[in-house]
Write a protein that binds this ligand. Structure first.
Ligand code: DER
Length: 233
């Protein structure tokens, strides 16, 4: 099984939680894409009905429109029944790092409004501690004086030998989020301490909009895993 086939298995399993009449948070990324495709397929087959989708990015919105999934937003549906979305890292307490796809703000707003948040991953996302795998911890910041804010973030995690890098769009310009902001990726060489303390400290920095740690938000994680197949935490 390829990694993408594992992602698809986890995504299809998550869609089994979907019932007709639900308001759904539609996630962003290569794993969530399979879940959105599956929801569209079940709607087309008449196996699901009366679904309202709340997309977590413009990209997911476009995908859902192409699938004919009825869409709305948080202003009209401030409470959502179920969100299905991927993650970049999952720790044993179901804390997540998300945002390597750049959609963390809308994802956190939508998933924060959900009664249930089912996170779908392949086994490569499982970590012991968030932010310790040398992969990026994304932080969305305003473009105004971004260097000033990036330096404050780097200093905040200097105990973890942190390097802060402005994410670019691959053409030498800063990546710009759906909300017109920049992303600074924090690369920590040593684990950070208490996650909630770190989260609060990041959000106290003026110029920071939101970060990619989703603490105590996922209610279920579905891991597609070889050779054991699916397991749900
Ligand atoms: O950027 C995001 O938040 C995505 O959901 C990411 O965390 C998972 O993306 P993937 O399913 O493509 O690995």
């Amino acid at each position: 099984l390829t990694q993408d086939e594992l992602k698809k298995i986890a995504a299809y399993k998550a869609v089994e939680f979907v019932e007709s009449g639900m308001v759904l948070g539609l996630g962003t990324g290569s794993t969530a894409k399979h879940a959105v495709d599956r929801i569209g397929e079940l709607l087309r087959q008449g196996k699901l009905s009366n679904i309202v989708g709340i997309p977590t990015s413009k990209k997911t919105q476009e995908q859902a429109v192409s699938l004919g999934i009825p869409l709305s937003d948080l202003d009209n549906y401030p409470t959502i029944d179920l969100a299905i979305d991927g993650a970049d890292e999952v720790d044993p307490h179901l804390n997540l790092v998300k945002g390597r796809g750049g959609s963390l703000l809308r994802e956190k707003m939508v998933e924060g409004a959900c009664k249930k948040f089912v996170c779908i991953v392949d086994e490569s996302k499982l970590v012991k501690h968030l932010g310790g795998s040398g992969l990026a911890l994304p932080v969305e910041i305003v473009p105004f004086c971004w260097k000033f804010t990036a330096n404050k973030l780097q200093k905040l995690f200097q105990g973890s030998d942190c390097v802060a890098k402005l994410r670019n769009d691959g053409e030498g310009k800063p990546f710009v989020t759906d909300n017109g902001n920049y992303i600074v990726d924090l690369y920590l060489k040593k684990e950070m301490g208490d996650l909630q303390v770190a989260s609060d400290a990041i959000l106290r920095i003026a110029g920071v909009v939101e970060h990619g740690m989703f603490l105590d938000m996922a209610t279920t994680v579905i891991v597609a895993d070889l050779p054991f197949g699916i397991y749900i935490d």
